[in-house]
Design a protein around this ligand. Structure first.
Ligand code: ZN
Length: 387
């Protein structure tokens, strides 16, 4: 969903900040929206008891300066909200990989969700609390008459915006903070699987309500948010399902067992014949003891001489133990040079191969929903609600 953004040159609390191109587009848009409606905003603020003389605010380039200040303040507000999440996660010992700012706000990408029960709720609620506190502090500045004129305009705008950020994020829809709080709390009575399903149902209802409201009132932005909530909510449920499927699983559960192996003396001619009968993307090369030496890729076999040996064609492959944690291994798959792992037993003998395709196949198979033979997930039963 999020493209690669621009890394900002500062890291508050050590967290890298990335600016998505969509956010860079939206900032000038907000500056323009605020700047072109300074008089209307001033009138609106008057209704809230914040009396500002619109005349000096709308003179010359002033509205555009106010617009730019408001947009920058909005940027800072979203960033502070996300830093709230990041610091709460840190209290649970969870690292924030990066904070990405995009046109619908910010995303703090955590290394993993804190496992402790209820921790997700705490990390989620800290965001809206941060925004609410920011809003109250800004309102206090106004009440104390600490700011006047243009500064008062920007401070009032940001006080209202932060209150809005807090309220919007409290909507009980995944992936918003309110939805996370709801799911985390539902885990107590319903258990992990049903909590996610129930939270997803509430999310859909909220998304539909928002969408219908946005449609009836011609608010395209609301409509976009409704679609975003619906799509992101589904992705969230998928991720939760995958997390559950991986729980307690070992590499051996998902690997392709007993792959066809070759030795160093095999020639390209022989390998091509093997490929014709038993097509695979790669063939592991093993020693007489069955220890993996490397792989020969099937598509390396074209256009080379028959006599070329497997030793010359071989590419390196990383090994992993069959009893290694599956989820952690899958995460490392992308960083391997061969795009796969040779799976070995305790004596270093090849037991199988693990590729991304193996993992996808395993996730799609019924096996992923059932307790594993060697895993620690034996206390779980298949949940009819999960499929
Ligand atoms: Zn948040």
């Amino acid at each position: 969903m999020l493209g690669r953004g621009w890394r900002l040159p500062f890291r508050p609390f050590g967290v890298p900040i990335e600016l998505d191109p969509t956010f860079a587009l939206v900032l000038p848009l907000f500056a323009w929206l605020i700047g072109s409606q300074v008089a209307a905003y001033a009138e609106l603020l008057g209704g809230l008891g914040i009396v500002l003389d619109p005349e000096p605010l709308t003179r010359g380039a002033t509205p555009w300066l106010l617009g730019a200040a408001g947009a920058l303040g909005l940027f800072a507000s979203v960033l502070i909200h996300e830093l709230g999440h990041a610091l709460a996660a840190r209290a649970y010992g969870v690292k924030t990989l990066r904070i990405t700012l995009w046109f619908l706000g910010g995303v703090a990408q955590l290394d993993e969700m804190p496992r402790r029960r209820g921790a997700e709720a705490v990390v989620a609620i800290v965001g809206p609390i941060t925004s609410a506190l920011l809003s109250l502090s800004l309102a206090a500045l106004l009440r104390a008459d600490a700011v006047a004129g243009g500064a008062a305009f920007v401070v009032s705008y940001l006080a209202i915006t932060n209150a809005g950020l807090a309220l919007f994020n409290l909507l009980p829809a995944l992936p918003l903070d309110g939805g996370r709080v709801l799911r985390s709390l539902l885990v107590f009575p319903l258990g992990e699987a049903r909590a996610t399903t129930a939270a997803a149902a509430v999310s859909r209802a909220v998304a539909i309500a928002l969408g219908v409201y946005g449609f009836l009132t011609f608010q395209v932005f609301l409509l976009a948010i409704a679609f975003f909530i619906d799509a992101a909510g589904r992705a969230e449920v998928g991720a939760a399902r995958a997390r559950r499927a991986f729980e307690g699983r070992r590499v051996r559960d998902a690997m392709t067992a007993e792959p066809i192996t070759v030795d160093l003396a095999w020639t390209a001619g022989q390998l091509r014949r093997l490929r014709a009968f038993r097509p695979h993307t790669a063939y592991p090369v093993v020693t007489v003891d069955g220890a993996p030496l490397g792989i020969v890729r099937a598509d390396d076999l074209d256009g080379i001489e028959d006599a070329t040996s497997a030793a010359d064609l071989m590419r390196p492959v990383e090994t992993v133990r069959a009893d290694a944690d599956l989820e952690g291994t899958v995460r490392q798959l992308a960083t391997t040079t061969a795009g796969r792992f040779a799976v070995v037993d305790g004596d270093g003998r090849l037991m199988g191969m693990l590729t991304k395709a193996d993992v996808v196949r395993w996730l799609q198979s019924a096996d992923a929903g059932r307790p594993g033979d060697g895993g620690g997930a034996t206390t779980k039963r298949p949940d009819p609600m999960a499929d």
